[in-house]
Design a protein around this ligand. Structure first.
Ligand SMILES: CC(C)(COP(=O)(O)OP(=O)(O)OC[C@H]1O[C@@H](n2cnc3c(N)ncnc32)[C@H](O)[C@@H]1OP(=O)(O)O)[C@@H](O)C(=O)NCCC(=O)NCCS
Length: 208
């Protein structure tokens, strides 16, 4: 079994620990976070400051940036400089992933999610609980598809975009990079870059 180190100790990290426990591939070795002072051990797992990684030979471990914020995952990946091959692909055993789908290192696929044929998912993405990624999707790095999202066939999502819980994207639509799609939205047209859109049908919204 590979020894897994989770970077981030919040709620998202707890879900990823469950995925690691449910798989027969990984055992959680340590959870590190900038908010932890010193080092302690609970139930056989080391909890330590992120600087703990500096004392390790990273090639002996697998890593996952267990933080929900897309920009933060990108920043941490760049800062730590751990080679991308050392990042695990974590797939919960109840998820259904087509043999023809590709999933990048650092990406997590949560319980009951589905990734269908010929979809390509980038690095450090999150396919959250019960999300459906239909056939031939393209998802760039650092995307987060929240619980119960439905991406219909041939949807493209740009880098860093967050699709909120329960949103639906109809077939063939393109969403640009670093967008936020509101919870429950129905995306029926293409969406540009750096846009926040919500509602049915989804329209650009202005923050209060
Ligand atoms: C869309 C979203 C990002 C907007 O957040 P925000 O920028 O802070 O926007 P505000 O709360 O200031 O709301 C701005 C306007 O949009 C409306 N709005 C906000 N979220 C909406 C949504 N999901 N659907 C429809 N309208 C929404 C607000 O009612 C408000 O309307 P008003 O101007 O008529 O009063 C946020 O509400 C949202 O849905 N985030 C997704 C969260 C999520 O699913 N997380 C999953 C974690 S796993």
């Amino acid at each position: 079994m590979d020894k897994l180190i989770l970077i981030g100790a919040g709620g998202h990290s707890k879900v990823i620990q469950d995925i690691a426990n449910a798989s027969n591939e990984f055992e959680t070795f340590a959870v590190v976070d900038d908010a932890i002072d010193g080092t302690n051990q609970t139930d056989g797992i080391i909890y330590a400051n992120t600087s703990f990684i500096d004392s390790l030979q990273v090639e002996h471990f697998k890593f996952c940036i267990a933080i929900g914020n897309n920009a933060t995952r990108r920043e941490i990946f760049a800062t730590l400089g751990i080679p991308i091959e050392q990042y695990a692909v974590l797939i919960h055993p109840t998820a259904v992933v087509s043999k023809s789908a590709e999933i990048g290192n650092g990406t997590v696929v949560m319980p009951n999610a589905v990734v269908n044929a010929d979809s390509i998912i980038g690095k450090h993405c999150i396919v959250n609980t019960a999300a459906v990624v239909e056939h031939d999707n393209r998802m760039e790095d650092y995307v987060h598809i929240s619980p119960n999202v439905t991406l219909s066939g041939i949807v493209s999502i740009g880098e860093g975009t967050h699709v909120g819980s329960g949103a639906t994207v109809i077939p063939g639509k393109i969403i640009g990079c670093w967008c936020t799609i509101g919870a429950g939205a129905v995306v029926v047209g293409n969406i540009g870059k750096h846009v926040t859109a919500a509602g049915v049908p989804a329209k650009k919204i202005v923050k209060n």
